[in-house]
Design a protein around this ligand. Structure first.
Ligand SMILES: [Fe+2]
Ligand SMILES: [Fe+2]
Length: 246
């Protein structure tokens, strides 16, 4: 169902303040405007942002997976996910691997970066097979550990991101070891093998080339992602309304 573009925005006529989430501010140089802004509410015409932000494309009333790719995810994530999945598809990998590649970093798209594999796995768990969610969860840990037997080397990009002497924490080492011995190891490993960065501009990929694979491997709730009362609906709503004060 499409959203009604003539629908009015909430809080119309008011000055809307957007307070960045604490997890995006803490430990950075960015000033926390909370106290200053709380005082500004006293003018009677200033409110904290709630609901549709006029600066963002309006989401349909019942959003589907690709609506988040189109209207919410950052361009680097979109390019990365589409290229990873396309590469897996062109290699002739099975649909479990292709959909896992398409979804593996969706947490970075518009929600959160830290522990992104774990977040992404939870976000998709109600809608995909257990194996897909598993592969997405463990790709995060497996990325740090080479497996030359299957052609996976430690990523050069990680040496740049984290420094050449970076040692992953215990829980990452433990989870990678667990994943290595699991029957679905290669599904997750194939995500890491196709986890290629495309920082340069690449030819645009039409996300709809994945329509059939999504149709068979991602159960889109009829109420829309965010509104199906699933245990993870709030995560999708947070991406629909990322600027809500509460
Ligand atoms: Fe990742
Ligand atoms: Fe990735």
């Amino acid at each position: 169902m499409k959203s009604d573009s003539s629908k009015r925005f909430p809080q119309e006529g008011r000055r809307r303040l957007i307070l960045p989430p604490p997890v995006g501010l803490i430990g950075t140089d960015a000033p926390d405007p909370a106290l200053k802004w709380l005082r500004e509410l006293a003018d009677g015409n200033t409110v904290m942002m709630m609901g549709d932000n006029p600066a963002l494309p309006r989401m349909p009333d019942a959003p589907r997976l690709l609506d988040f790719f189109k209207h919410r995810f950052g361009s680097i994530t979109v390019r990365h996910l589409l290229n990873s999945a396309k590469q897996a598809m062109e290699q002739g990998q099975n649909e479990t691997v292709v959909i896992a590649c398409l979804l593996h970093d969706i947490s970075n798209g518009a929600l959160i970066r830290a522990d992104h594999g774990y977040w992404a796995a939870q976000m998709i768990a109600p809608y995909v097979s257990e194996e897909v969610a598993w592969a997405v969860k463990y790709h995060q840990a497996l990325r740090y550990f080479a497996d030359p037997e299957v052609g996976y080397e430690y990523p050069e990009s990680y040496a740049k991101f984290f420094g050449t002497d970076y040692v992953p924490p215990d829980y990452i080492q433990r989870d990678a070891e667990f994943a290595r011995a699991h029957k679905w190891y290669m599904t997750s490993r194939l995500v890491t093998l196709n986890d290629v960065y495309f920082f340069e501009k690449t030819d645009p990929i039409d996300p709809h080339i994945f329509d059939d694979i999504i149709g068979r491997n991602f159960r889109q709730p009829k109420e829309g992602l965010g509104f199906d009362n699933s245990p993870v609906a709030h995560m999708w709503r947070t991406m629909i309304w990322p600027n809500n004060f509460l």
